[in-house]
Design a binder for this molecule. Structure first.
Ligand code: 5AD
Ligand code: SF4
Length: 480
């Protein structure tokens, strides 16, 4: 109601306060939101839904039933943008049957492609960037009356801290909480600093409050989200005063601790960590609390120092190995995953071999692997040439995919005969008689259904595995 609350006050001043309840009822418009890209985009869509539900919208599962179709877009690689273009073309069919329907583009593609999509291709009626979602109700009204509806301004302050996200597409068990927005790192390949703006952290009190609310609603797992959670830093009081720097500055390890203390029943995950900033405080806090999952996503991007330098990552191969050693020393059972980009500008066979070698040595439990895709405005686009031929990129990508498949299988095989705790998330895709969940290490575990329910924690013994999944027998059901 916060947002609507502000609106009521405005309308009060215009003598229209009584319109508000009626408005909620008559604005029985149907909203469809589709999200692409990272978890942050999915989390943002939940904020958008909250803002519009407060305005009287209801969400629908099929875009063909919607009065307003919003696509929350991703720009991270060119193929992500292509997928969105194709989807927007599909939506044009709705316009033919219902000319009044509004199609809007949210998120990372908004700023760069606003003119093209709104004016040239006329694929959308509304364009709203990641920091401007509070203006959506007003912009939707503009769009409905045929006016221009664009707001792509980035903010240095907006964190949507006061908005309780509406959990979309959820299992009622796990939820995301955004703890910060934007990124100041300027990795040379990355478009995020341009699409999402400067880094800003959210008030820890509002984060803890959101975690408590989720717990009360029956959620069992939360994932704290930020582009670089290790640089989380809060030193502004709720009144906006800067705290004495010697006093209570809350950093990521402190925030993790506050959230872990909400309840032992609430599992905590987070993403994404940055090797240059992930310090031992974070690892030690993870080790201290059983409910902080033993899983770190630590993107290395490349195993070669020249390439890391050109990528502006701020660390070396040796530094990365040292961070891995620290994680394994402090938390021997911690699972580690990574992101890899192959075929970055000037990457030689030898440079690539060093990435392969790093993956071989670290033995990641999981990896997301990408071909370099040049993005407009980035440092790499301005300063380097995207000169690794497509066939070589494909070859290198295939080599690391094959390597990682073997490493993931190895990591799963090491679990056979071991016990672990699983949080049940739902019915398995392969059979209605089986359930799936995850262990602390984020490995997917399949168990027999019996009388178990989603949201329950069970202790299991792992019997067998594939490279993607563990199969296990329940040895203890916990009473929750
Ligand atoms: N090309 C390919 N992959 C990219 N990523 C980010 N930018 C690019 C790009 N231009 C990858 C990185 C990052 C992940 C979210 O996406 O590996 O960690
Ligand atoms: Fe992009 Fe680097 Fe920021 Fe991650 S840390 S969002 S890769 S600029």
């Amino acid at each position: 109601m916060r947002y609507t609350g502000n609106k009521v006050i405005e309308e009060d001043m215009q003598g229209k306060a009584t319109m508000m309840p009626a408005n909620i009822q008559i604005n029985n418009k149907k909203l469809y939101i589709e999200s692409y890209g990272c978890q942050m985009n999915f989390s943002d869509s939940e904020i958008v839904a909250s803002i519009l539900i407060d305005e009287g919208y209801t969400t629908v599962a099929d875009y063909k039933d919607a009065d307003v179709i919003l696509v929350n877009t991703c720009s991270i690689r060119e193929n992500a943008e292509q997928r969105v273009f194709n989807r927007l073309r599909n939506y044009q069919a709705v316009k033919k049957t219902r000319p009044g329907a509004i199609i809007g583009m949210l998120g990372c593609m908004a700023e760069r492609l606003k003119s093209q999509l709104l004016e040239r291709d006329r694929l959308v009626d509304l364009v709203v960037g990641p920091d401007a979602y509070r203006s959506l109700p007003e912009l939707l009204q503009n769009a409905e009356s045929g006016q221009k509806a664009v707001n792509v301004l980035l903010s240095r302050e907006e964190t949507y801290a006061d908005i309780s996200p509406v959990r979309l597409d959820n299992n009622g068990i796990s939820a995301f909480i955004s703890i910060m927005r934007g990124c100041d790192n300027m990795c040379s390949f990355c478009v995020v600093p341009f699409t999402r703006g400067r880094e800003r952290s959210r008030d820890p009190e509002s984060i803890v409050r959101e975690a408590r609310e989720l717990l009360l609603k029956g959620y069992k797992e939360i994932t704290l989200l930020g582009q670089n959670v290790d640089s989380y830093k809060w030193n502004i009081t709720s009144k906006g005063e800067i705290i004495d720097p010697k006093e209570d500055v809350v950093r990521f390890s402190g925030l993790l601790e506050k959230v872990a203390l909400v309840s032992k029943e609430l599992r905590i995950r987070f993403s994404t960590s940055h090797p240059k900033d992930m310090n031992d405080d974070v690892i030690e806090t993870m080790a201290k609390y059983d409910n902080i999952c033993e899983y770190i996503h630590l993107p290395v991007q490349s195993g070669n120092n020249n390439i890391l330098d050109k990528m502006n990552r701020g660390y070396t191969r040796e530094w990365y190995f040292e961070r891995i050693d620290s994680i394994r020393r402090i938390m021997p059972n911690c699972a580690i995953s990574t992101d890899i980009i192959i075929g970055f500008c000037d990457e030689t066979d030898q440079d690539f071999e060093e990435t392969y070698d790093l993956m071989d040595r670290v033995e990641f439990d999981f990896a997301y692997m990408f071909k370099y895709s040049e993005r407009p405005k980035t440092l790499a686009e301005r300063n380097f040439i995207d000169n690794v031929p497509e066939e070589i990129k494909s070859e290198r990508l295939q080599k690391i995919i094959d390597l990682q498949r073997a490493k993931s299988l190895l990591s799963n095989q090491k679990m056979i005969g071991k016990e672990c705790q699983v949080l049940i998330e739902g019915i398995s895709k392969r059979s209605d008689n089986q359930l799936f969940g995850r262990n602390s290490q984020n490995m997917v575990v399949i168990i027999n259904k019996d009388d178990l329910k989603k949201g329950q924690y069970v202790d299991v013994l792992v019997d067998s595995c594939s490279s993607a999944t563990l199969f296990a027998t329940v040895i203890k059901k916990n009473n929750n």
